[in-house]
Design a protein around this ligand. Sequence first.
Ligand code: 0WD
Length: 256
Amino acid sequence: SNLLQGKNIVVMGVANERSIAWGITKSLHNAGANLIFTNRQERSYQKLTKLLEKNDIKATLIVSCDVASDESIDKAFGEIKEKVGVIHGLVHAIAFANRDELKGEYADTSREGFLLAQEISAYSLVSVTRAAKELMTEGGSVVTQTYLGAERVIKNYNVMGVAKASLEASVKYLAEDVGKYGIRVNAVSAGPIRTLSAKGVSGFNEKAEIIEEKAPLRQNVDQEQVGDTTLFFLSELSRGITGEILHVDSGYHIIG
Ligand code: 0WD
């Protein structure tokens, strides 16, 4: 397709081949987008450049960005503004919590662990949307990644569930703020996908098995399915939609 032909899209959060952001990258590339990437770590940068080469995808720009730092965000978007100018889309696929707080009881969450999860997983959407808005002078679309643990108690998801609840509320408040500039903000709520981050949450296998057993479609979702839905949100096909949380979970969330 050519849904994103000539569109400049920033993708944040490719760590490796399994990353949801990598599945999204493939969908956006196939739709003709010009892709700008941000990485936190040098390790991810190396992995990304290899992946791009292997898949014959040419990045418009790769910049480093640690969302824990306002200076880093300003520097990254400053560089994007300088080298690319206008952007039309932003993909936020970033989250973090301490591993030892992704098991046991939520009540045991530390103050620092709570704040860290909120900062990296929820506040980062606020700060990058603010930075991206300045470059979205022709309107735009912001898409983030969330999980059912925001809506329901899911064993071990704990502090991240509370951070995702904050992320989802932020999607709605941000959608109101930037709607007047022709910018939309939406989230994809994906079923469990085996990635580096998913390995940090205890009991991943059980979660994936329940989907195969109970979800209407009786199969787990993959990065490509999330990629295609994210493409939909970035494209004109979804022009009437903002502030939405869309489940890509084989229908699991409707089952009681
Ligand atoms: O089952 C799953 N895997 C699901 C994941 C189900 C539903 C939602 N999600 C969400 C995650 O919560 C996250 O928001 O999707 C998003 C992407 O997660 P992923 O693809 O599962 O995880 P991973 O491949 O580990 O990528 C996470 C990225 C990494 O990229 P870099 O380039 O930094 O290595 O988030 C990054 C993490 O390192 N990240 C940060 N990026 C910038 N600044 C930071 C930070 N401070 N902290 C973590």
